[in-house]
Design a protein around this ligand. Structure first.
Ligand code: UP5
Ligand code: MG
Length: 192
C-alpha cells in the first residue's frame, strides 16, 4: 500500500520576520515538526569535511540561494528521519529553482496545506536581525552588508514565489510586526 503523504506548511517572510520564533510556538501547541532550511544548511556547513561547506557559507554571507538539490535533500532526509507526518518547512522555497526542484523531488509525496506568510517591513526586519547579531547570534549574515543582499534576494526571488502561491489561494498572510505572542494569537487560528 501507498504510504500516506506528508502534510506540509511552508513558512515564508523576510529575514528576521519571525518565522523561527512562530514555528517554535506552533510546534509547542500543535505538534508539528519544524524544519528550517537555513538551520539545516548551517548544520551541514558545520560538518567536518562537508563537501558543500564552502559553497553554503558563500551563499549565506551573500544572501543568495543554495542550489535546490542540496537543500531539498537535507529536507527530505530530515523528514524521513523524523518518522513524523506534519512539517513546518521554514524559509523554503525561496526562488524558482527551489520551487521546481521541490515539485520534481517531493511533489507527489506531499500534501501542501498552505503557505504561512509573515509580512514585515524591511526596517523592522533589519532592526531585529541587527539586534540579534549585536546580542551574539554568531550568524555570519546578521550584519548590514549581508542584510541588504538578503533583502534584495527576498524581494526579487522569493516574493514571486509567494505571488505564485497567492494565485493558488494558498497564502495565509500574517502581520508580523506586533509582539510574538500577539502574532501567535492570529497564527493559532490557522492550526486550530
Ligand atoms: N523576533 C521575532 N519575532 C519578533 C516579534 N514579533 N517582535 C519582536 N521581535 C521578534 O526572529 C529574528 C529576530 O527577531 C530574533 O531575535 C527574534 O527574537 C526577534 P526569527 O524568528 O529568527 O526570524 P526568522 O524569520 O526566522 O529570521 P531568519 O534570520 O532566520 O530569516 P532568514 O530567512 O533570513 O534566514 P534563514 O535561516 O531562513 O536563511 C539564511 C540564509 O540561508 C539565506 O539567506 C540563504 O542564503 C540560505 N538559504 C538557502 O540558500 N536556501 C534555503 O532554502 C534557505 C536558506
Ligand atoms: Mg529563521
Amino acid at each position: 500500500i501507498m504510504a500516506s503523504k506528508y502534510n506540509v506548511v511552508f513558512v515564508l517572510g523576510g529575514p528576521g520576520a519571525g518565522k523561527g520564533t512562530q514555528c517554535a510556538k506552533i510546534v509547542e501547541e500543535f505538534g508539528y515538526v519544524h524544519l528550517s532550511a537555513g538551520d539545516l544548511l548551517r548544520e551541514e556547513r558545520a560538518k567536518p569535511g562537508s563537501e558543500f561547506g564552502e559553497l553554503i557559507e558563500g551563499h549565506i554571507t551573500n544572501g543568495t540561494i543554495v542550489p535546490v538539490e542540496i537543500t531539498c535533500s537535507l529536507l527530505e532526509r530530515a523528514m524521513k528521519d523524523s518518522d513524523k507526518n506534519d512539517f513546518l518547512i521554514d524559509g523554503f522555497p525561496r526562488n524558482e529553482n527551489n520551487l521546481e526542484g521541490w515539485n520534481d523531488q517531493m511533489g507527489e509525496k506531499v500534501d501542501l496545506k498552505f503557505v504561512l506568510f509573515f509580512d514585515c517591513p524591511l526596517e523592522t526586519c533589519t532592526e531585529r536581525c541587527l539586534a540579534r547579531g549585536a546580542a551574539g547570534s554568531g550568524r555570519s549574515d546578521d550584519n548590514m552588508e549581508s542584510l541588504r543582499k538578503r533583502f534584495d534576494t527576498y524581494m526579487n526571488a522569493t516574493m514571486p514565489i509567494i505571488k505564485h502561491y497567492e494565485g493558488k489561494d494558498l497564502v495565509r498572510k500574517m502581520d508580523a510586526t506586533s509582539p510574538p505572542d500577539n502574532v501567535f494569537d492570529e497564527v493559532k487560528k490557522l492550526f486550530a
